[in-house]
Design a protein around this ligand. Structure first.
Ligand SMILES: [Zn+2]
Length: 126
């Protein structure tokens, strides 16, 4: 998760606006955005369900605020101002992990509840 001071975020937003703002951002869906960097390099910004931004650029990989995330934020802010719901954010990794764990526990419980041994279940069900 990217952590910065208010003035760092403001600098990133200012830079994003100088760089062309939302014109550099392509929405990919699932809370992912492609941002064209200052040297035409492509970075991916992801927004999770908690509204945390992560960017694949060198700064973003060190959890430092960057203007790519700010540009994606500007797009989402513009969409929300225009009454367009931003793409549903993808589940955060922690949420996804917890859900998958619950689902696999649930499946394991169903297997435990079978009154015949699992091997018999497959042979008799066939
Ligand atoms: Zn970045």
């Amino acid at each position: 998760m990217t952590v910065g001071t208010k003035s760092q975020y403001q600098q990133c937003i200012d830079r994003a606006q100088r760089m062309g703002g939302t014109t550099r951002v392509t929405e990919l869906g699932d809370g992912s955005y492609r941002v064209v960097g200052s040297r035409a390099d492509l970075y991916t910004v992801r927004v999770d369900a908690e509204g945390n931004y992560a960017c694949t650029c060198p700064a973003g990989r060190h959890d430092t605020p960057c203007w790519h995330s700010a540009a994606a934020w500007l797009l989402r802010a513009a969409q929300s101002a225009a009454g367009i719901a931003p793409a549903e954010p993808r589940e955060s990794d922690a949420t996804l992990r917890a859900r998958l764990l619950d689902e696999s526990r649930e499946r394991a419980r169903h297997i435990d509840e079978l009154d015949v041994p699992l091997a018999d279940y497959f042979t008799t069900a066939a």
